[in-house]
Design a protein around this ligand. Structure first.
Ligand code: 4AD
Ligand code: MG
Length: 492
């Protein structure tokens, strides 16, 4: 079997070879009084498909191919590659044999296109979301997934080229990294206690007299959650192996119905030893630029598609937006400056926001987008946020009011990266944790890193799906992850 991508990459040089290609029909059209059949076969290896011409006289399996249900059917085609006499493609196949591997069935059991949910050509992304198990077969989703794959590969390449070690941090955890109260709780009865219960004992745990949960029958004997971030765990490896990163799923029970939030999303979190906020920003900028350069170099065909009218919501100047990232140094401003700037623009009537702006309040997505899209027109790094609106582990600045945090804002998205220098002092960390209401016992293992051989260190988290939105120009985060989870939606 040859992949369509390989064949098309070789172009006319592949003419004369006899090959087998397997894939799914994008279209099937008959011609010349039903003596010819034009099949467009896509195997997902690239955006383009292979045009296959079958003939009643010269192709074994012609009759079955002519009545396989058309779009969506799975076929194996075999025959010589020829230079295409028609416009629009360099090569095509003259099929000697077509084998229908999987026809398309209708609800009455007969073969035909009537019930295939993707039979019509154009579907909205909203409609396709309701068919998450079939949408990989559409041009737009296969293109998104190829870009996702390329960005994951580039991520591992980037960090490995720089000597980072990939650490697999746990998904089940007893810690709450961000302290934002957005964790999914996983309470499960011990198998013995759960006997007779379906679903592995995922039932109400017994309560103590004071109403609190009795964890003695819990699988973990304590409140366990799905992780919101791998950071605290990866910091333990940073404190031994210097430069590390984690890349995995994270979960947040935010009741956010926006096009930028998911309940399950992937995050890349590097952690660097002997590094301060400046080093952190430099690494983040290099990494983002590396990803963009990799996409421009390796995802050309898919980017062309994302720029075209064929792509739902296609963005005509996508590549210009991406190149802009490579051509400019990111602007770096403090949170205090960002707030002053927004206040100036509001006062002079340049802009109106729904959310109020004042020092101490977290920036809303509309503020972030205004700063990056309208004021600077390039990625902007905002630093030194008020300590009250950031997590306990961030390094307290000398003024005692702000922390060495940084968020990177990019056009179209707003915040794509959040990071900070970490508090390395045991005493300051302990005070900050206490001030934020954290039980000392809950973070004692984390505080140990400051007790035994502490060092200056920093890190950040890149939201992988927000990156994919940025690279593809797709509008909704639910359309750049194979199976999106958001309030009310956990199908498949
Ligand atoms: O800013 P956040 O919350 O930072 C952390 O979790 C740190 N522990 C990272 C670190 O320093 N190691 O999240 C990081 C990024 C955000 O900038 C955003 O891109 C993405 O994760 N993100 C989400 N993406 C999709 N859906 C959500 N609900 C997201 N929440 C955060
Ligand atoms: Mg953040």
């Amino acid at each position: 079997r040859v992949r369509v991508k390989e064949l098309l990459a070789r172009g006319a040089a592949a003419a004369g070879e006899t090959v087998v290609v397997r894939g799914w029909l994008k279209t099937a059209r008959s011609g010349a009084k039903d003596t010819l059949l034009f099949l467009v076969v896509n195997d997902g290896s690239c955006h383009s498909s292979l045009q296959v011409v079958a003939s009643r006289d010269g192709t074994e399996g012609f009759a079955a191919a002519a009545s396989c249900g058309g779009v969506g059917a799975c076929v194996a085609v075999e025959g010589p590659i020829i230079e295409s006499p028609a416009k629009g493609q360099v090569i095509e196949m003259q099929a000697k044999k077509v084998e229908v591997l999987g026809p398309v069935y209708q609800s009455d059991g007969s073969i035909g296109a009537a019930d295939y949910p993707l039979a019509k050509k154009a579907h909205s992304l909203e409609y396709l979301r309701t068919h998450a198990h079939l949408r990989p077969r559409t041009m737009v989703y296969s293109a998104v997934m190829r870009v996702r794959n390329a960005m994951a590969y580039a991520t591992h390449r980037f960090f490995n080229e720089r000597g980072f070690v990939y650490v697999h941090t746990p998904l089940l955890t007893g810690a709450d990294c961000e302290g934002a109260g957005e964790q999914f709780v996983v309470t499960t009865l011990l198998p013995a206690a759960a006997e007779g219960h379906a679903c592995g004992g995922r039932v109400e745990l017994p309560r103590l007299a004071d109403g609190s949960i009795d964890y003695t029958k819990d699988f973990f004997s304590k409140r366990a959650c799905l992780t919101v971030s791998g950071q605290l765990n990866v910091e333990t490896y940073c404190s031994a192996m210097s430069d590390v990163y984690t890349f995995g799923p994270t979960f947040r029970a935010e009741n956010s119905h926006t096009s930028r939030h998911l309940a399950e999303f992937w995050m890349i979190e590097p952690e660097i030893a002997f590094a301060d906020l400046e080093d952190d920003m430099n690494l983040a900028e290099d990494y983002l630029k590396y990803l963009v350069a990799h996409a421009l170099e390796h995802c050309d065909e898919d980017l062309t598609y994302f720029e075209s009218k064929d792509c739902p919501g296609g963005e005509a100047d996508l590549r210009a937006r991406l190149r802009n990232v490579l051509e400019n140094d990111f602007v770096r401003i403090t949170y205090t400056r960002a707030v002053a700037l927004l206040e100036e623009h509001i006062a002079s009537g340049k802009v109106k926001f729904q959310n109020p702006v004042s020092w101490g309040v977290d920036l809303a997505s509309e503020h972030e987008r205004y700063i990056t899209e309208t004021v600077y027109k390039c990625p902007v790094v905002v630093t030194n946020y008020p300590k009250e609106i950031k997590a306990f582990y961030m390094k307290l600045d000398a003024d005692g009011k702000t922390v060495s945090a940084m968020d990177i804002l990019v056009p179209k998205i707003g915040e794509i990266i959040g990071g900070s220098q970490r508090e390395e002092s045991f005493d300051v960390l302990s005070q900050r944790a206490a001030a934020m209401g954290l039980e000392p016992a809950a973070i004692s293992w984390y505080a140990d890193l400051r007790r035994y051989g502490t060092m200056k260190h920093a890190g950040f988290g890149l939201g992988f799906e927000r990156l994919i939105l940025f690279i593809t120009g797709i509008e909704n985060i639910r359309d750049v992850i194979p199976f999106p989870r958001y309030p009310g939606h956990c199908e498949f």
